[in-house]
Design a binder for this molecule. Structure first.
Ligand code: PLP
Length: 421
């Protein structure tokens, strides 16, 4: 019989837009004992998690709970529950994940309208609102932090317009939740999807969502249609309006997470422990402090990259603070650099998709990975690898430039550093 070795993954420095490193306290939480899903100890954990999610989403919504699956399962749950076949859905696209929203809306049977922005930019809200006024969509779905291009879309004006024009506003905040401000209530987002393996620094496999009463009203209407269908006298022509998924039916999921506790699926016990611990750590740090930490790491990383003479990709006015996109220098193989970073330095960064594949690297500064040690390590490693690849860079400056940012933020002065400056 074949024998397999013990599982022994390497300890990497993960500087991608996810999955990122996980706090050992979260990993420890996952190794704690299993509870039955209706054990009061477990339902308390469910309730606590909902409470913490409300804080992280900055919302008073009753419903804020995780879907079991990766982030796109949360997107599917929200879209399949809120989009009725035939609904007009507007999806403004400025990167890969916008295309994902459009594809899922299509599969929900929507009449999908898209508008596209060049990769590396975001939309002027006025442009989106003008189209909304003309087309009157039932739903507008947008990405907040587009990890494929490293851009972040301002949402507040579009949210207000959705409310005025009575469209439901669905936002993919997978990459931004826990790393930068996501104000669900203030920005009038009707349904938001977060992510675990990005700035919350919890393993992939669960996805927090939240939705308000406007969204719930639509879900309830569709539920009534479903009940009506069991009545033999009912007109079956409205059958297309029922929610076309059992696993992702938010009307059932909210009855499982709510006080009625109607059985739906078996909650992913250990993943919920991980999420609860991850959220607890976010709130222990404090949202403001956490966002400031992410901002500081971004500043230090950017200072180091620019000191090397590398060029950043994209419009700086809408840069996503937790992902930095760097242009691969002329004549250099982006893949070879990434390969050497991983093999020789145990550092992982990412490439991109579609039109940007091979043209940029994406460096994440997310969650537990977003720290000084990692930023200095990635800068030192990247510089060394680029020198090996004979890239024309200003050598010897990157780590010093990042250190300047850290020393200034802390107000620390070392005797020896006077000479370097
Ligand atoms: C990562 C990501 C997703 C998809 O997440 P999965 O967990 O891979 O399903 C969706 N949207 C955005 C903006 C992302 O960054």
């Amino acid at each position: 019989m074949r024998k397999y070795k013990d599982l022994a993954p390497s300890l990497r420095t993960i500087m991608t837009p996810g999955p990122v490193e996980v706090d050992p306290r979260v990993l420890r939480a996952m190794a704690t004992p299993i509870l039955g899903q209706f054990d009061p100890e477990f339902t308390d954990i469910m309730n606590e998690t909902m409470g913490m999610l409300r804080e992280v989403f900055q919302t008073g919504n009753e419903y804020a709970f995780p879907i079991d699956g990766t982030s796109r399962s949360g997107i599917e749950a929200v879209m399949v529950s809120l989009i009725e076949p035939g609904d007009k859905v507007l999806v403004p696209i400025y990167g890969r994940f916008g295309h994902l929203l459009a594809e899922i809306a299509e599969r929900c049977g929507a009449e999908v309208m898209t508008m596209e922005q060049e990769w590396g930019k975001v939309f002027d809200p006025g442009q989106v609102i003008a189209l909304m006024k003309r087309e009157r969509p039932d739903v507008v779905a947008m990405v907040h932090g587009e990890t494929s291009t490293g851009r972040m879309q301002p949402l507040q004006e579009i949210g207000r317009a959705c409310r005025e024009l009575d469209a439901l506003f669905i936002v993919d905040a997978v990459a931004t939740i826990g790393g930068t401000d996501v104000r669900v209530d203030e920005w009038m987002i009707d349904a938001a999807i977060g992510g675990t393996q990005k700035c919350l620094s919890v393993p992939s496999g669960m996805v927090p969502i939240t939705y308000n009463e406007r969204a719930e009203a639509k879900i309830r209407r569709r539920k009534q249609v479903e009940r009506g269908l069991r009545d033999p006298h009912v007109d079956l022509s409205c059958s297309g309006r029922t929610i076309r998924s059992n696993y992702f039916d938010l009307s059932q999921l909210q009855d499982y997470w709510g006080p009625r506790r109607l059985n739906h699926h078996t909650e992913a016990t250990s993943m919920l422990y991980a999420l609860r611990e991850g959220l607890r750590l976010v709130l222990e740090e404090g949202l403001e402090q956490r966002f400031a930490r992410h901002k500081l790491q971004e500043m230090a990383l950017v200072a180091g990259l620019q000191a090397m003479g590398l060029l950043l990709f994209g419009d700086p006015d809408c840069k996503l603070p937790v992902v930095t996109c760097v242009q691969v220098p002329e004549g250099i193989s982006g893949d070879s650099v990434m390969h050497m970073l991983l093999s020789e330095f145990s550092v992982e960064i990412a490439s991109s998709f579609g039109p940007l594949k091979g043209k940029i690297w994406r460096i994440g500064t997310m969650g537990y990975s977003s720290n000084q040690r990692n930023v200095l390590h990635v800068l030192g490693a990247l510089e060394a690898v680029l020198i090996r690849h004979r890239a024309k860079i200003d050598a010897g400056r990157a780590v010093q430039a990042a250190l300047d940012v850290y020393m200034e933020a802390k107000g620390t002065v070392y005797e020896a550093s006077a000479g370097v400056r």
